[in-house]
Design a protein around this ligand. Structure first.
Ligand code: SF4
Length: 237
């Protein structure tokens, strides 16, 4: 693809202030003939976005990266989503490196010593492999999730993966996501009801005291480290 041409063309038809539903409908028309995939870690935002795309009744691939350290509740959620939306394809593009192989090569409990290296092995490297050949990448990032996410755009050219990146929920607040989930009976991770605002790997996710289900916080992630992102999105995200 000719990157600058595609990036310029990609913005035609919507703008940063367009409603999410309009962005989603536009993206299906605009990129329907492209290799377009959504990635999800089955967070609350991802569940809402999966539902919003599913409503169009068209096939869509939802890629997830099974780190082999998911909570049982996350695997159960994946199964509920696949059952609810049979026309979507949920594809695991996670690492082949088993926890045992990782321990043999990099030492025991790498996440306690070098979580960046662990995330690289179990998330970032598989993500690069998963994005090969993809033209359009849909994610459920929101600007208000963190300072590092404040600059994300609805449509952008992603230099890291060399593709168009869509963030239809960029302008949404957490409460809007939760309201959408409740209103539309969208499946979500039961752990949100047990004090987990976000859910990642078992080793690196803890509940956050005092955070309500409609509030967002990443303070339960990598609690022992100065780290809040796994690095999938580049630019510190
Ligand atoms: S979140 Fe933790 S366990 Fe999961 S890949 Fe990153 S460091 Fe490893």
């Amino acid at each position: 693809m000719e990157t600058s041409l595609v990036a310029a063309e990609a913005f035609k038809g919507i703008n940063e202030n367009s409603p999410a539903e309009q962005i989603i409908a536009w993206s299906m028309e605009r990129f329907g003939d492209r290799n377009m995939v959504m990635t999800s870690s089955f967070g609350m935002e991802g569940c809402a976005l999966i539902d919003m795309y599913a409503r169009h009744g068209r096939p869509l691939t939802v890629v997830y990266l099974d780190t082999m350290f998911f909570f049982p509740e996350t695997y159960a959620l994946r199964d509920r989503l696949a059952e609810r939306y049979p026309h979507l394809e949920f594809v695991n593009r996670g690492t082949d490196l088993t926890p045992e192989e990782q321990a043999r090569t990099y030492g025991d409990q790498l996440w306690k010593r070098d979580p960046d290296q662990c995330c690289k092995l179990r998330k970032v490297d598989p993500m690069h492999a998963a994005m090969r050949g993809v033209d359009v990448w849909i994610t459920a990032l929101r600007r208000s999730q963190s300072i590092s996410r404040a600059g994300i755009r609805v449509v952008d050219w992603d230099w890291q993966y060399q593709l168009i990146k869509l963030c239809p929920l960029a302008a949404w607040e957490r409460q809007e996501v939760w309201d959408y989930i409740k209103k539309n009976d969208v499946p979500y991770n039961e752990l949100h009801e047990k004090g987990y605002p976000t859910v990642g790997c078992t080793h690196c996710t803890a509940p956050v005291e005092g955070v309500q289900i409609g509030e967002y916080s990443r303070s339960g992630r990598w609690k022992e480290f100065n780290k809040t992102e796994c690095g999938l999105h580049g630019d510190g995200i």
